[in-house]
Ligand binder design. Structure first.
Ligand SMILES: Nc1nc2c(ncn2[C@@H]2O[C@H](COP(=O)(O)OP(=O)(O)OP(=O)(O)O)[C@@H](O)[C@H]2O)c(=O)[nH]1
Ligand SMILES: [Mg+2]
Length: 348
């Protein structure tokens, strides 16, 4: 069983059609040169050289294609989180289409290799050279036909480079909330992760992960980009990836409110988002009110904030920046068990 799908998700370097052809033809020439200096009977030599060029060119290009096809795992076999992540980031259909095109080219090259190989063997010497040229033309045309597919895979490689490494065995706590409420600050406080923290919204653009062990229990915290209280249809790819993390990975949600509203968003909207997430995901939540250091010192109307705090049975008041309240979060988290998700591990 391979639970670290990420290792297998690395897309290898993707060549351009020209690079594929150059390599194929160059190596084929070398193979043919060997025949030239070999002891093949003279009258056979010309044909043997052409046959070798065609077969070697096909095989070398096929090897490159096969290597790519083998190294990119079939998408259905990945945990659902990765499938969704790939779908949002580059598109699963396009990915499959491109891999399908490489497979198609592989098949055609096998056919060309066979057909032209036997044509050359059955022909006389002069015709052999003509067939070799024809074969090279066909090979070039097949490889050029998958140009956009190779391009796409190269693009996907770059886009998926930052795909997060998920530990599917650890208890997973997803940190969610409005932009700028202090999610990344909290991740920095709790774990050794060092996500960027800044006093403007939408700082975090991808999924960030920090690890922690409490009493030998592995816990994984996932910091997500800030979400707004808006319909899923209106979300951009970055927000959708945060939702997908909630859906597939979270055992518990740490939902952060910014009690000071210095994030720039009213508590009312933050509460709407909380309710929406509760509705969409049937998950336990730990509710945090952050930035309580400024609520206390900056004469923000405490009654106003309390009116929101009092809506919850259980709330932890914190200052992620000062580290106040972090102990309480950890105590709470200690008792959380991994929920059984229907990730399809059996497939590995
Ligand atoms: N006073 C105070 N400021 C805080 C606290 N926690 C975070 N901040 C500040 O709030 C701002 C936003 O913090 P981030 O941790 O980047 O917030 P975020 O939720 O990750 O934001 P996005 O990634 O943009 O969604 C930064 O300027 C932090 O220094 C806190 O407890 N008290
Ligand atoms: Mg952040």
């Amino acid at each position: 069983m391979n639970t670290n799908a990420y290792d297998t998700m690395m897309i290898p370097t993707i060549p351009t059609p020209d690079e594929l052809l150059d390599k194929g033809f160059r190596r084929a020439k070398k193979a043919a040169d060997k025949v030239r200096t070999s002891k093949v009977p003279r009258r056979m030599k010309g044909k043997k050289i052409e046959e070798t060029r065609v077969i070697a060119a096909c095989q070398i290009i096929k090897d490159s294609l096969k290597m790519i096809l083998n190294r990119v795992p079939s998408i259905e076999q990945l945990p659902e989180f990765y499938q969704d992540y790939i779908d949002i980031t580059v598109g699963v259909d396009e990915m499959k289409k491109s891999l399908g095109a490489l497979n198609w080219a592989f098949g055609i090259l096998t056919q060309l290799e066979k057909d032209f190989g036997s044509k050359i063997r059955r022909s006389d010497s002069e015709k052999a050279t003509m067939y070799q040229r024809q074969a090279y033309g066909r090979i070039a045309s097949v490889v050029n036909k998958i140009k956009k597919d190779l391009n796409f895979l190269d693009f996907a490689k770059a886009k998926l480079r930052n795909m997060p490494t998920i530990d599917f065995e650890a208890v997973t706590i997803v940190i969610a909330g409005f932009p700028n409420v202090g999610k990344s600050t909290l991740l920095r406080q709790i774990t050794n992760a060092e996500p960027e923290v800044a006093n403007y919204p939408f700082t975090t653009k991808g999924i960030q992960i920090g690890h922690l062990e409490i009493n030998w229990k592995k816990i994984q915290f996932i910091d997500t980009p800030g979400l707004l209280d808006r319909p899923i249809m209106d979300m951009n790819d970055i927000e959708l990836n945060a939702m997908v993390a909630l859906e597939h990975l979270a055992d518990t949600i740490l939902f952060i409110f910014d009690g000071s509203e210095t994030c720039g968003f009213p508590l009312e909207n933050q509460l709407n988002l909380y309710n929406e997430i509760k509705k969409v995901f049937n998950l336990d939540t730990i509710v945090l009110f952050n930035k309580m250091d400024i609520v206390k010192t900056k004469e923000i109307d405490e009654n106003y904030v309390n009116q929101y705090i009092n809506q919850f049975n259980e709330v932890i008041l914190i200052s992620a920046q000062d580290g106040n309240g972090i102990e309480k979060i950890l105590n709470k988290i200690e008792s959380i068990e991994k929920t059984q998700k229907e990730e399809k591990f059996e497939k590995y």
